[in-house]
Design a protein around this ligand. Sequence first.
Ligand code: GLA
Length: 404
Amino acid sequence: MKARETEREILKNLQESFVKYYGGTEGARLFFAPGRVNLIGEHTDYNGGHVFPCALTIGTYAMARKRADDRILFYSVNAGGDAPVSYGLEDLEPAGKSGWTMYPLGVVWAFAGRGMRLSSGFEMAIAGNIPAGSGLSSSASLEVLTGFVLKSLYGFDVDGITLAQIGQYSENHYNGMQCGIMDQFASAMGKKDHAIFLDTADLSYTYAPVVLEHKKLVITNSCVKHQLTDSGYNDRRRSCEQAVEALNKVTSIRALGELTPERFEEIRDAIPDEDTRRKAKHAVYENARTIRAVEALKQGDIEAFGRLMNESHVSLRDDYDVSCPEVDILAEEAWNLPGVLGARITGGGFGGCTVAIVEEEHVAGYCERLGTVYKEKTGLEAAFYIVEIGDGPREITPDQSMLP
Ligand code: GLA
């Protein structure tokens, strides 16, 4: 995906919609917040474990300005429709609301909950280039984007970590998705050419350079999104909580991320139910794998990093049960293709994408052969994105040629 080429196109569409629905662009400002891909450390972020995501150069764009009255207006170029969705500043509670505007409105609501109330309404148009339902965090990027817009328009003093926390809080409490903080953190704190090694137990983090000499990060979209994504996710979270509760009969922990695999093996039988035990095993082993993977990357051992990505997929497939046949085909076939160092499902699961590290000279062959096998086995077309690691949110200064 050529982010820079699509950016002009997106900004043009954004501006056209803004003019059409809000009348002129005077005083309007442009913003961007990225999507993310997680390299390793899946379903560890609500278990007090480590994650290793990076922000992408694709994401969500907004054009926005304050209004004189108390209305909040949202329009999405991607969702379309013939009018913006409108709310009143006094009507922020989630009851009776639905649809994509729950994401930005939830952020306005969460800002208000922290005492950052808006003095007037605002109008915003958004457009993005994250493929819908791909698991590359279009919702987190919209949350972080909205927070960044509010901070910029109203002068609120909020740093990147707080923006991430507000995004997660609104998703948990406004949208009913019990997500961890990884996606919002990656979007809010992204750094070009670096992945973020985040310890979700205390939000300490370091940036690790992702030096992939002559290799590319290739995301393959299965283009399937299975039903029950949110409830399956929330169920997994509950299983991990049950495991912690059971383990506390023999030890004292707050989260599975506190256990090494060795310690887990010693006390695992305290979890009576086999299914819950497997889920807990994934959380513990994946955390350890993530720490090892980052160590390998620091040593320049991309081969070891790739092997750990493959192990992560197997664990998510067999122990955590969040893969699906389509995504398994993409990962497993990739392992046998030339030039592939590692491939795994990325994100929450139940469909979505794989992420692979592929030798540059083999990228074209990878896309062609994997696309063909996937089509043969599923009847579906996979989509491929060769992605770059980008920065966190920013304001965009449009060049004059773009202004109407
Ligand atoms: C989703 C959630 C994240 C994280 C991943 C799984 O993307 O939003 O918080 O739990 O799933 O690693």
